[in-house]
Ligand binder design. Structure first.
Ligand code: FES
Length: 151
């Protein structure tokens, strides 16, 4: 092996190619490092929340649809009058389900999945129920959070 002479006519071209290769490698590696970093240390921040209205306002309507973060949600009352909220994203492939007051359930337009008013699967293909969201009351104001409900 011979030592390279930096004064040879090919040296500038070789340096330029080396810089290009390292730049290409950095361009490819940067997104991988970014995604790995976000996976290892997710961004800080709490759950998204939205105000659904006052409890009195919701009392007049059987179902109230609102946006919580990027998700559509619905606030409903159970037979005992307690409020609960469901994420309207179908658990099969993520389409938004539609509330049908006539039959008291949810229908998914994508593959025909159906859920009862509690979000439980009535007809597949979904196998998981609609995700419950957390409902809190603050001086009569109903607040929905995308934090999963403990119920
Ligand atoms: S996305 Fe709802 S049934 Fe497939």
């Amino acid at each position: 092996m011979t030592a390279e002479n930096p004064d040879t006519p090919d040296a500038p071209r070789r340096n330029a190619i080396t810089i290009l290769l390292w730049s290409a490698l950095a361009t490819i590696a940067a997104p991988v490092v970014y995604v790995a970093g976000r996976f290892i240390r997710p961004p800080a921040g709490g759950p998204a929340t939205a105000v659904a209205g006052t409890e009195a306002e919701l009392g007049a309507t059987p179902a109230h649809i609102l946006k919580v973060g990027s998700a559509d949600a619905i606030v409903m009352r159970d037979p005992k009058g307690a409020l609960y909220a469901l994420n309207l994203r179908c658990t099969h492939a993520g389409c938004n389900v539609h509330w049908n007051p006539a039959n008291g359930g949810f229908a998914c337009p994508c593959h025909g999945g159906r859920f009862d008013r509690n979000g439980q699967v009535v007809k597949g293909p979904p196998r998981m129920p609609l995700r419950r969201m957390t409902v809190t009351l603050d001086n009569g104001v109903v607040i929905v959070s995308d934090k999963p409900s403990a119920e």
